[in-house]
Structures are given as C-alpha cells and as structure tokens.
Design a protein. Structure first.
Length: 237
C-alpha cells in the first residue's frame, strides 16, 4: 500500500517495502549540509534524507542513489510533486559497481556523502521481511566495506561522510573508514531514554582528515515521563 508522509512543505511517497524510521531523520539533521554543497545520499530508499534536506536550506544538488527500482520510482515521484527536479537527481545504481556509479555521479566531487546503510549481516535476524525489505536492512546487495569504499570514490579531498549505524558495529565502521583514508571526526550516540544502552550511532568522517575524534553530547529521545525531548522535537520541526 502506498501513502504520503508530510514533512512541513515536503511530501514523501512511501509504501510497505520502502519506508523510513527515526534513524533517517536523525541522520539528516546530523548531516546539515550547507547550501553550497553537492551531496550524494547512498542507499537512499524512498529518498527521505534528500527530501528532508530540502525543507530548510537545501544544498545546491543532491544525488539520491538507490539500487531498487521500486524505491527509485518513489523518489522520482516525490521529487516531481515537490518541484525539486532541479535540486534532487534520482539515480538507480549499484554502489558496488564503482565504474557504473561514477558514470552517473561525479567521481571525487562530492562535498558530502550521507548513508543509512544496511545494519545487519546477511542471514542475521529472524523477522519476516519481503525481499525488498531484506535488501534494505541486511548486507545482501552491499556490505559495510563496500559502502565506505563508494563514499571514498565520490568524496572530494576534505569532503565529509555522514552516516549512522549500530553502536555494536562501531569498531568495524571506524576500521573501514580509516582503511579508505576517511578519518572519524565526530560521534553522537542516540539513546531512547537515559540509563538505557544506545541504539544508534551518528558518525562523521573527513576524507584526508587528521586524527582526532570528538565524542559529543548524547542525544536522548525521551525524558523520564516518556515524552519526546526538545532535542528530538527539533529534529522533526
């Protein structure tokens, strides 16, 4: 079933296979590209992150790269319906095929690459998912190393990678980033409530950056009464 999600003046088309969660909003807010930036969003899904960027001061150009044709069609429709054809470029591509990818997205020209990648290794988890959902959540079509390698290919020297992942895989994320000369620079851990374990890590890396990681103030989503915190409400505003 298809439906529309309203984000202020922006409307996002979604369906049962291609939706989004709070992590996408948190990453989009964390990324905060400048109006002068050229950005590529990998594993774009229904395009929520590029569309989120356009509700404020959007970057000058955003490539929304997605493998699955059904998701790309949702992006195209959202882009057209919101009058953003001059701003967002939907790209159907396999990020593992670097030659084909860089024919559609300029190599080493991106100021920023964002990615909300598949979190889980192939064959992990027991939930019942459609094939499209499995591709989005599990490392079937691409793994963490391939995602970081694609970001490296697209980022200009000094460009930044903004991504989210599971806290338990942070060591793998940092290793893959440093292997591809993307130095981890900022880390924000996200908690549902104080006293609980973090459920998400927001990570920034700089291509060619010097070593030095800033661990920032945690983002807590709910207060002691279970209500959304001001920090989370600001993300959705």
């Amino acid at each position: 079933m298809e439906e529309k999600f309203s984000l202020g003046k922006i409307t996002i088309n979604v369906n049962d296979d291609h939706r989004f969660g709070t992590d996408a909003f948190l990453l989009a807010d964390f990324a905060s590209p400048l109006p002068s930036h050229t950005v590529c969003d990998l594993c774009s899904g229904c395009g929520v992150i590029p569309l989120y960027f356009c509700k404020r001061k959007p970057p000058k150009k955003i490539y929304a790269v997605e493998l699955q044709s059904g998701a790309v069609e949702l992006i195209r429709r959202s882009v057209e319906e919101n009058g953003l054809t001059d701003r967002i470029i939907p790209v159907q591509a396999d990020l593992c095929d670097k030659e084909a990818l860089t024919q559609l997205v300029p190599r080493e020209k991106m100021d920023m690459v964002t990615v909300n990648p598949p979190y889980y290794r192939e064959n992990s988890g027991k939930e019942r998912l459609s094939e499209a959902q499995r591709l989005a959540r599990h490392e079937i079509a691409c793994n963490l190393e391939q995602v970081i390698e694609a970001a490296d290919v697209l980022l200009k020297y000094g460009g930044v990678l903004k991504m989210c992942h599971l806290p338990e895989r942070l060591a793998e994320v940092f290793f893959a980033m440093q292997t591809h000369k993307i130095e981890p620079k900022r880390l924000t851990l996200v908690y549902n409530k104080e006293g609980e374990k973090p459920w998400l890590a927001l990570i920034e890396g700089k291509k060619g950056g010097k070593s030095g990681l800033a661990v920032e103030k945690p983002l807590v989503m709910r207060d002691g009464n279970g209500e959304y915190t001001e920090e989370l409400l600001a993300v959705y505003s």
